[in-house]
Design a protein around this ligand. Structure first.
Ligand code: SF4
Length: 381
């Protein structure tokens, strides 16, 4: 197979001098620009920006307060299957890993959703490995049931075509999260030489397909640790600028998953430090003032508390990363181990103690009069 070509490669190459900038003054100047684009993002990701981190953190903090106030969204992932045809070497679900796999029935998914509902969580992210039996028929049946327990259902599933996303939107899904994993095409191809994720361009176009299908929330991201973070996040930003232009009806929320524990035999070649992750959040916040930034339970409670104050707007809480993990914790293989294992209540409490408003539910189907007329009080059960 030919090596894929990144549509951003030329811009990233042209911005090397800015990305390697060593002057804090230039980075601060970029932060002061009213309109920011790839050049400013490159300067804010540079080593020079790292040397102005105190001032830039303050500015990011003020932008986040001005745009999002004190509200911070909480959600929980709900894993439905750890079957996977992919062989991504960095992932606990890869087909090369030998363990007994589990796919939840619709009833089992509902049991986990009820447990989350009882914890107050009404925003769910459905997650699955690349499992052909997690198909549209199964998902549609599942979504019909989940409407009773969740006010927002988003998905982190294998890449789909527009028609499939349209069907999911019609069934109640309002957002799609899909990480490019590595924007560097050489790294991408080395990690996904065959199988369902081998097509770099198809994956790169996925969120645009989801936007065209009417998804309200689009979640781009890069898996930090696979390739040098500065070029990866610059590519992510250029990707997001294109999504903002072409999918202007949708809202963006960046995902910044960082590799910590990986399967035996895989090494994290480009580890990202806490300071570097903070720099990434600052740079994205300053360049994308209205975009959400999601920080998952891969990160520690302490770091999440810091990032929420600087720029993160959406946190997972009480997460289990194995199918059936809310009803039967530990009964199946997880995708990764979490760094913040606090309960939903504990995460919400710590946000409140820091002066934030944790938001577990920001929409009720009862607001839609059409829903009331057609469905009576069904949604309020
Ligand atoms: S990253 Fe996705 S496709 Fe790859 S092994 Fe993990 S679950 Fe499967």
């Amino acid at each position: 197979m030919n090596t894929p070509i990144s549509p951003f490669a030329r811009i990233v190459a042209d911005l090397r001098p800015q990305l390697e900038n060593t002057s804090p003054e230039r980075a601060l100047g970029a932060a002061s620009q009213a309109r920011k684009g790839p050049t400013e993002l490159a300067l804010l990701l540079s080593p020079g920006a790292a040397r102005a981190s105190g001032e830039l953190r303050q500015r990011a903090h003020h932008v986040t307060r001005a745009r999002f106030g004190l509200a911070r969204n909480l959600y929980a992932p709900l894993y439905i299957s750890n079957h996977c045809g992919g062989r991504c070497p960095y992932c606990g679900f890869g087909a090369q890993q030998k363990f007994s796999r589990r796919r939840l029935s619709v009833e089992e998914v509902v049991e986990d959703a009820k447990i989350l509902r009882d914890q107050g969580v009404r925003h769910i992210l459905l997650v699955s490995g690349d499992d052909p039996r997690v198909d549209l028929a199964y998902l549609t049946e599942l979504l019909e049931e989940l409407r009773l327990f969740a006010t927002s259902v988003q998905v982190e599933l294998p890449a789909m075509d527009v028609e499939s996303y349209r069907a999911l939107a019609k069934a109640g899904v309002d957002g799609v999260t899909l990480y490019q994993e590595a924007y560097d095409p050489d790294v991408y191809q080395a990690l996904h030489p065959s199988g369902p994720k081998a097509d770099y361009e198809w994956r790169l176009d996925t969120l645009e397909r989801a936007g065209r299908a009417g998804m309200v929330y689009l979640g781009p991201g890069a898996l930090l640790g696979l390739a040098p973070f500065r070029t990866e996040v610059l590519s992510l930003g250029i990707h997001a600028l294109g999504l903002e232009k072409r999918c202007w009806k949708s809202s963006l929320s960046f995902g910044l998953p960082r590799l910590h524990n990986v399967p035996d035999g895989f090494s994290i070649l480009h580890p990202v430090t806490d300071e570097q992750l903070i720099q990434v959040v600052v740079a994205l916040r300053l360049c994308f003032e209205d975009a959400g930034i999601t920080i998952s339970t891969r990160e520690s409670a302490e770091l999440r508390a810091l990032l929420v104050d600087i720029g993160a707007t959406r946190l997972s809480a009480g997460s289990r990363t194995e199918p059936g993990g809310y009803k039967e914790p530990g009964s199946a293989q997880p995708q990764f181990s979490v760094g913040d294992s606090r309960t939903v209540a504990a995460v919400a409490r710590s946000l409140e103690e820091a002066g934030f408003d944790p938001v577990l539910k920001d929409w009720d189907r009862g607001f839609a009069s059409k829903g009331i007329k057609e469905n009576g009080n069904k949604y309020n059960r």
